[in-house]
Design a protein around this ligand. Structure first.
Ligand SMILES: Nc1nc2c(c(=O)[nH]1)N[C@H]1C(S)=C(S)[C@@H](COP(=O)(O)O)O[C@H]1N2
Ligand SMILES: [Mo]
Length: 378
């Protein structure tokens, strides 16, 4: 067994995961697996880590919450479950680096992993609403009408050597999002207690935002005026202009990544597949991000010259991707299968990854293109 497979096994993942790094553990499911079900099973769910996975004791775990007033309350897991209504939301997590490989094909991106289209997965998350917890601590007088100013910062115990300087992982979200009701302090994933790799005993789930904001192994929550000063909020997970030097980038350079933009992927056929000529089944996902809905997906078997509308799979609500399927006629030869999605604001994905290239390789939401070899009589 390779070190990569051993790591996958250790963290409860399928043996065939694409492991980008065994330590810190970074892995995505192999092509096609995500198409099996709108809910991703935990053994296939991608795992993105910047430091060693902590294995915390749920019995002695405590969460400290500091409100805007400075009032601080500490909760055990049992207290969280007892005091707050448990809600379940189907939400897609998506890493800002999902589909980075498509940007690397445009121009190299040193020091980052070539994630394919599996740095995203969907689960049913159960936990307390962050809004309820913040109100209980009396930190947040403003009503949840979107006008609330300020930020809610999250901190975790996993120390990342990749940060400058090395530091524990952290992030923040705007107070208005924190009070929206969809942000959860989750202790269950698909009906089972969170696995260690996914943030046990409690993680934040920020639906519609880049995965980086959904802090695992949550330890502390602070309501504050400014966004978190943590490296992963202030420096990393920011969209730099193409000409910027990422090693020279300082706090607040570029755009902070929060709400996710409309994206899609072709999950099947796999890239480079050899398929027989004739009707070909295509499957994939589309995700609109931050509460918008997927409205339409088109596919093409001739590099975008002609298009066919895909059938959308089950609608699992505003926070989840939509799986889709379509059948297209493939003629013999080397072909490029393409997909493109629209959301309910009638926005269409950008066509070309070349326009989106950025030095850290974030937010590639260009049309997915899959090269296949079609066999049959010419
Ligand atoms: N404490 C902590 N939380 C974290 C991270 C981390 O390294 N440490 N990675 C973040 C990133 S970048 C992503 S994409 C998601 C991945 O969640 P998952 O591993 O459960 O799929 O967790 C986020 N939360
Ligand atoms: Mo991420």
């Amino acid at each position: 067994m390779t070190a990569m497979q051993a790591a996958a096994q250790r963290w409860g993942k399928r043996d065939d995961m694409l492991v980008h790094q065994d330590e810190p553990f970074n892995a995505e499911p192999p092509p096609g697996v995500l198409a099996a079900d709108g809910l991703t099973s935990v053994d296939a769910f991608y795992s993105r880590n910047h430091g060693p996975v902590p294995e915390l004791d749920p019995g002695s775990w405590r969460l400290s919450v500091t409100g805007a007033s400075g009032a601080c309350t500490t909760f055990s897991l049992a207290e969280l479950k007892q005091r707050f209504e448990a809600v379940t939301i189907t939400a897609t997590l998506q890493c800002a680096g999902n589909r980075r490989a498509g940007l690397m094909a445009v121009r190299e991106i040193p020091g980052e992993d070539p994630w394919r289209d599996g740095a995203t997965s969907t689960a049913r998350w159960t936990g307390a609403r962050l809004a309820d917890v913040l109100r209980a601590v009396d930190g947040t007088r403003p009503a949840a009408d979107g006008s609330a100013a300020g930020h809610v910062a999250f901190s975790a115990p996993d120390v990342s050597e990749l940060a400058h300087p090395a530091q524990p992982y952290g992030s923040s979200i705007p107070l208005a999002k924190a009070l929206s009701g969809e942000v959860l302090l989750a202790w269950e994933m698909n009906g089972a207690p969170l696995a260690a790799a996914h943030g046990a005993p409690v993680r934040v789930v920020v639906p519609g935002y880049v995965g980086a904001r959904s802090v695992k192994w949550l330890q502390a929550i602070t309501v504050q005026n400014e966004p978190s000063g943590n490296y992963f909020q202030a420096v990393a997970y920011r969209l730099l202009p193409p000409e910027a030097d990422p090693d020279a980038a300082g706090p607040d350079d570029g755009l902070s990544l929060g709400p996710i933009a409309l994206s899609s992927a072709i999950l099947s056929p796999a890239p480079g597949a050899t398929i027989p000529a004739g009707p070909t089944a295509l499957r994939g996902y589309a995700f609109a991000g931050d509460g918008r809905r997927v409205a339409r997906v088109d596919v093409s078997a001739d590099a975008g010259a002609t298009w066919t509308q895909a059938d959308l799979g089950a609608d699992s609500g505003p926070w989840a991707w939509r799986l889709w399927r379509a059948s297209v006629e493939c003629r013999p030869g080397d072909r490029v299968l393409v997909a493109r999605a629209w959301d309910d604001s009638a926005a269409l994905q950008p066509a070309d990854a070349a326009d989106l290239w950025n030095p850290k390789g974030y937010a590639n939401n260009s049309w997915p293109r899959t090269e296949v070899h079609v066999t049959g009589p010419q």
